[in-house]
Design a protein around this ligand. Structure first.
Ligand code: DAH
Length: 332
């Protein structure tokens, strides 16, 4: 059967999957070469039949296995060509790229971080899933302390919780026991809250400065926060209003003159002329005791990033920061 060698040769030289398919049909199709030979078997004399049948079966097998091998070879070739042609050259310049936008929360984070890094603060991060000790106990908020009500916390069944503020990072930093401490800690926090000015997930920046003896005091705190708020909001008035936080004594809340009405009184500032922007104070001695630090002094502060972003950009619904609406984001 001369055609068998010819077909085998053709399969070997084939370089297209579709040609391979026509070759297969030429051999195995309804009127295919091999199909014909098999149906001709009945016309062959009994003496020769066995030998011819064996030759046909051998031919069938070698053609089939060559077809299979060739097919996977060609498939691999196609795949490789595809991979090669789809390679992305990330260094290519594409003039049709769309501009990207900064998210107002990220931009605000960056500005805050820029300021404090410029003032020689380091960045420190803490876990989002916290324990009771770091979130409350060590911050002078013992169990059943009424001030725990200030934060509506998400609890897990095993006593762990989603941190309701960044203050636990203060504890984790002081536990390392290295002085001086001069850190800010940016990050997400969680509370059971949802309305125009509250979201169950939002962001804070915590600040902590600790050094030995009486070296860190309220005057240092006042000085840096006044400078920081002027950097953030420009020409504003600033006031420190006596307040209470369990982890600081004395404590203060800081107000800036309303940036919308310049202190004259408007809807945003509820006609007071002032906007509250952060909490701060001198670190309470009980906090130092909880982490085993002696003969040290320090100040701390904490601020809400969304609040800063809302004031900076005149956004009045905090939830719009998390809706990923391009019409808002395009403006940044
Ligand atoms: N942890 C407070 C809160 O979430 C904010 C705060 C107030 C942080 C005063 C401080 C501080 O470090 O000194 O409301």
């Amino acid at each position: 059967m001369k055609w068998v060698d010819e077909i085998l040769q053709e399969i070997k030289q084939c370089d297209q999957i579709k040609d391979l398919e026509s070759l297969r049909l030429r051999v195995f199709g309804k009127k295919g070469l091999l199909t014909n030979e098999f149906s001709n078997l009945k016309n062959i004399s009994d003496g020769d039949k066995k030998q011819v049948a064996k030759a046909l079966n051998d031919a069938k097998q070698s053609i089939e296995s060559l077809l299979t091998a060739k097919k996977s070879e060609l498939e691999e070739l196609v795949l490789n060509q595809k991979i090669e042609s789809q390679k992305i050259d990330v260094s290519l310049f594409n003039s049709t790229l769309l501009p990207t936008y900064g998210h107002p929360i990220n931009i605000t984070f960056d500005r805050i971080i820029d300021y404090f890094v410029g003032m020689d603060f380091s960045l420190k991060y803490g876990p989002l899933v916290e324990d009771d000790f770091h979130s409350f106990e060590a911050l002078n908020l013992p169990r059943f302390h009424p001030a725990r009500d200030m934060q509506d916390t998400f609890y897990f069944n095993d006593g762990m919780l989603l941190r309701p503020h960044t203050s636990p990072v203060q504890i984790r930093t002081m536990e390392e026991g290295r002085l001086p401490i001069r850190i800010i800690s940016p990050g997400a926090v969680f509370r059971r809250d949802y309305d125009m000015t509250h979201s169950p997930m939002f962001h804070q920046v915590e600040g902590l400065v600790v050094d030995k003896n009486r070296e860190v005091n309220f005057a240092n705190l006042k000085c840096i926060l006044e400078d920081f708020l002027t950097y953030m909001f420009g020409d504003i008035k600033i006031r420190f209003r006596s307040s209470f936080f369990p982890f600081t004594e004395p404590s203060a809340e800081v107000d800036i003159s309303c940036i919308f009405c310049k202190g004259l009184g408007c809807r945003v500032c509820s006609n007071t002329g002032w906007l509250e922007v952060l909490g701060c104070g001198v670190v309470d001695d009980n906090v130092f005791q909880a982490v085993g630090l002696k003969n040290v002094s320090g100040y701390a502060f904490g601020l809400g990033v969304e609040r800063f972003a809302m004031l900076s950009y005149g956004v009045n619904d905090l939830r719009s920061f998390f809706e990923t609406d391009l019409r808002l984001l395009e403006q940044f």
